[in-house]
Design a protein around this ligand. Structure first.
Ligand code: G4P
Length: 527
């Protein structure tokens, strides 16, 4: 039966997975893809070291370092839903990329290592989710190892992240002593290694009204089971109340325990997540209009551009989050920034292992458009006369700067092309000194420079010289306020790639000195 647009949109679930590096994000993503039949075998992360890589890691540098640099997109169908997972780089040096990805999703899954609890990067990424007010689902991973007390972890989560938590299940033991998950929501115990711990090898043991496993069951002889029962009771009396509204408003995070590596508790998590995660939401335009996902006309925005994803093809792809309507291959759209009309006939969709030409997609989906240089990050495209422009994607204020030039002066062309494309991708920010127009690149984290250098050489055959300028404080000023005499030995006057003037101050002191001298000049940051 043909679905209406509204029904199709309602079946979409688009989320990002966030975590501190090594918490298990890649491992859990692979398990989810396995459930969806999107891959046949997890390239288990163990393989990362032996040369076999997780499907979601694309770039060479990711392989070398074993970290995820760029966000990738994966789609699969499961249980009547079409799921779009957006992977995010865990390393803090790439938080800008993560931030943009979070603009394109309707919810986020936060993976936490049960032995480590809340780590710095989790905190940072979580803050970004809160700023957007998106629902957050928590998966506390690595239960097959000895970790911290579950109550402790919940306390820490609430305290450090300032969010209410609601445990959806509760571990019975951990590490070698892991017996199962006391599953309050599904009213059952999910048995770990049922061939040893289950009754006739059964994976689930149903509970009676008092929350006890029904009948005789081998687990009942363990004090860990009694302990879990008591903890769960305590939580239901003293803990937060369950509220779907609060989850959807991002004020309450449902917490699931499990082990991604041994595939324990992951499917329960996925099933329950799908019950509570919201479908596509409305998006706000610059005119503060709300564009509903079931609006008939197509619209979307570019949240990521990536060149050379497939080194064999040298292509460049703009990732678009569809905000309304439906996309059919060959659709005519307008690019809001330039009013340019274009036909979208070369589009792709991302499965785990393959890319396929996408013929049809709806609000909530992510599509990739082959780009010949038309798109920039944050661009809106729309159908017919919808004439909208979505809000700008925020940019971080860079803190680290390098002067950059081509090592071989004869190779200026590839140097400029590389810089231009990587800047449009948002991999790095570009500035020029105000008069001499020397190139300065700015980054939020040091690794961005390394990726930049690596990619300039690998993809554009351009060897570069980078001379560190160290930490600087970048502040923008209105062009009307600009008087070039304001430039001194303690700051550098530069312009961004749109020609807006800014100062790069040596330090706080230099900035205060400037403000004292020019009290009427407002110094502005990006984010
Ligand atoms: P990330 O994407 O968040 O960075 O994490 P990733 O999935 O790559 O996992 C990091 C390490 O943690 C991997 O080990 C992985 O096998 C392990 N891991 C993930 N989930 C679990 C789990 O549920 N239980 C256990 N015990 N380990 C898990 P690795 O790369 O082989 O490194 P190492 O830990 O063997 O040194």
């Amino acid at each position: 039966m043909k679905q209406t647009l509204k029904e199709e949109v309602a079946s979409r679930r688009t989320f990002a997975i966030i975590s501190h590096p090594d918490a298990g994000k890649t491992t859990i993503t692979e398990q989810l893809l396995l459930f969806g039949g999107a891959i046949r075998q997890a390239g288990t992360v163990k393989g990362k070291k032996s040369g076999k890589f997780a499907k979601s890691d694309w770039m060479e540098i990711e392989k070398q370092r074993g970290i995820s640099v760029t966000s990738s997109v994966m789609q699969f169908d499961y249980s009547g839903k079409r799921i779009n997972i957006l992977d995010t780089p865990g390393h803090e040096d790439f938080s800008e990329d993560t931030y943009r990805t979070l603009m394109a999703v309707d919810s986020a899954v936060m993976v936490i290592d049960s032995a480590k609890g809340i780590e710095p990067q989790t905190k940072k990424l979580f803050k970004v989710c809160r700023m957007r007010g998106i629902p957050i689902f928590t998966f506390i991973n690595k239960l097959d190892r000895d970790g911290r007390e579950p109550l402790d972890l919940i306390d820490e989560l609430e305290e450090v992240l300032e969010i209410d938590a609601y445990p959806m299940n509760w571990p019975i033991g951990m590490g070698k002593g892991l017996l199962g998950l006391y599953d309050l929501y599904n009213n059952r115990v999910e048995v770990h290694r049922p061939e040893i711990n289950g009754l006739n090898g059964e994976s689930y043991a149903p509970l009676d009204e008092d929350g006890e496993i029904i009948g005789d069951h081998p687990l009942k002889q363990y004090s860990l089971y009694t302990q879990a029962l008591e903890d769960a009771q305590l939580l239901s009396e003293a803990g937060n109340e369950f509220s779907r509204e609060k989850i959807q408003a991002g004020e309450l995070t449902p917490v699931f325990f499990g082990s991604a590596l041994t595939n324990f508790g992951v499917q329960t998590f996925l099933d329950t997540y799908l019950e509570f995660a919201p479908g596509p939401s409305a998006h706000e335009t610059k005119n503060e209009e709300q564009i509903s996902p079931s609006e008939e006309k197509f619209s979307g925005f570019v949240f990521k551009i990536q060149a050379n994803m497939d080194p064999a093809h040298r292509d460049r792809i703009a990732f678009v989050r569809i905000c309304s309507g439906k996309f059919e291959r060959g659709i005519d759209v307008t690019l809001a920034r330039t009013s340019k009309k274009m036909r979208l006939s070369n589009s792709t969709q991302f499965m785990a292992e393959t890319r396929e030409t996408v013929e049809h997609a709806v609000a909530g989906d992510i599509i990739g458009l082959y780009d010949t240089g038309n798109f920039q990050i944050g661009d809106t495209i729309y159908e017919n006369n919808l004439k909208i422009e979505f809000e700008d994607l925020p940019q971080f204020t860079p803190e680290l700067f390098m002067k950059v030039s081509a090592k071989n002066v004869m190779k200026q062309k590839s140097f400029h092309k590389g810089v231009q494309q990587l800047v449009q991708e948002g991999a790095i920010q570009l500035y020029k000194t105000y008069h001499t127009e020397d190139y300065i690149i700015g980054a939020v984290g040091q690794l961005q420079f390394e990726v930049f250098q690596h990619r300039m050489l690998g993809e554009y055959n351009s060897e570069i010289i980078m001379s560190p300028m160290g930490h600087k404080i970048a502040r923008w000023i209105d062009v009307d306020d600009l008087d070039e005499n304001m430039s001194s030995s303690r700051n550098i006057l530069a312009k961004d790639r749109f020609g807006n003037p800014l100062f790069l101050f040596e330090n706080e002191f230099a900035m205060r000195w400037f403000s004292d001298k020019y009290p009427d000049v407002e110094l502005k940051t990006l984010l």
